[in-house]
Design a protein around this ligand. Sequence first.
Ligand SMILES: Cc1ncc(COP(=O)(O)O)c(C=O)c1O
Length: 408
Amino acid sequence: MTETFKMVEFERKKGDKYPLDIINEEVAKEVKSFHESFPMYTETPLREMKNLAKEIGLGSIYVKDESYRFGLNAFKVLGGSYAIGKYLADKLNCDISEMPYEKLISEEVREELGAMVFVTATDGNHGRGVAWTANQLKQKSVVYMPKGSAQERLDNIIAEGADASIQDMNYDEAVRLANKMAQEKGWVMVQDTAWEGYEDIPTWIIQGYSTMGYEANEQLKKLGENKPTHIFLQAGVGSMAAAITGLYSALYGEDRPIITIVEPNKADCLYRTAEANDGELRFVTGNMDTIMAGLACGEPCTIGWNILKDYADNFISCPDYTAAEGMRMLGNPPRGDERVISGESGAAPLGCVAEIMTNENLKWLREKLQLNENSKVLFFSTEGDTDKKNYYDVVWNGKYPSYEKKQF
Ligand SMILES: Cc1ncc(COP(=O)(O)O)c(C=O)c1O
């Protein structure tokens, strides 16, 4: 497969759109107060990379660094923890506002609910968040990982007390295995993607991610900035992208930033769904052996797509080397900018935009995206070096070089 840049543009739709009842400012505030009740909560930094912006021809670059989230090196715990909180609150017939961390982990709640097992499928980050939350609650978790998952990511999940294993199957098949086991054993499935008939928990997961977007918006305001002109969001199943797209659309309406979804060529199910644009979801099957492990998902999240189809502007499918380029740029920015340790899935949108800005053959994309020296671009570095070996191979040893690729 030749790797390349592809883009689908959506016309900004007027009139009836998917309602943003599940994701808006009010929801984001409620979710943030839940997360704030965790003793390990702190706002993650928003880095302004002035010199990098200048270097690649943009006005400003802001990067939300999620490697600082709860000491877990990725944003994903925001979703798993909120979904589990909501699930338990529902079981106990109370509101999430009555379920802060202290209550959630209390003996009283544990006794009332009895022993539970939370099960999920993951490339790593989501599973670590679910295992971590279950561990805080002194409950059990079972985690299935797809073929090719990094040993370090597996070890980190096991360290949270989970019964975790790498299966001989891809991510979407691992999701089906987790679902089957949940049904057979009466476990609680905490999956970060939705399908018909399985929507409550994924909705709560999407809502959980809103903390990251809400913080970024507040941090930009504190810096005296208005809204960004552009947001680039990486997508696996599209739940995270839907959370941020939905939130910014609720906050800014028609005046929202230009929102672009970024996926690897090898797992571009949302891009393909957008390209077909006929109301049917498109799946990618097989190994999806992209270096962006967190984005190696072939089946879009149904709820996420409902939001993205009405509020996202562009869908890009990009080559793997752009993620490596983003990792190197964020880890080694021009003098004066603070570095961001960003893993493959975290750095992909920045690498992709940098390539679009600096490769003359991609000028058409730059123009279509309206990217120029006045653009203020917001990125979410959704993970740090969650696979350290690969991180150092990329940023120190030059794995997945971009130099030759730039010559086309
Ligand atoms: C680091 C990272 N970024 C982004 C994503 C994409 O999230 P989603 O699957 O909701 O599109 C993932 C998913 O696992 C991830 O691990």
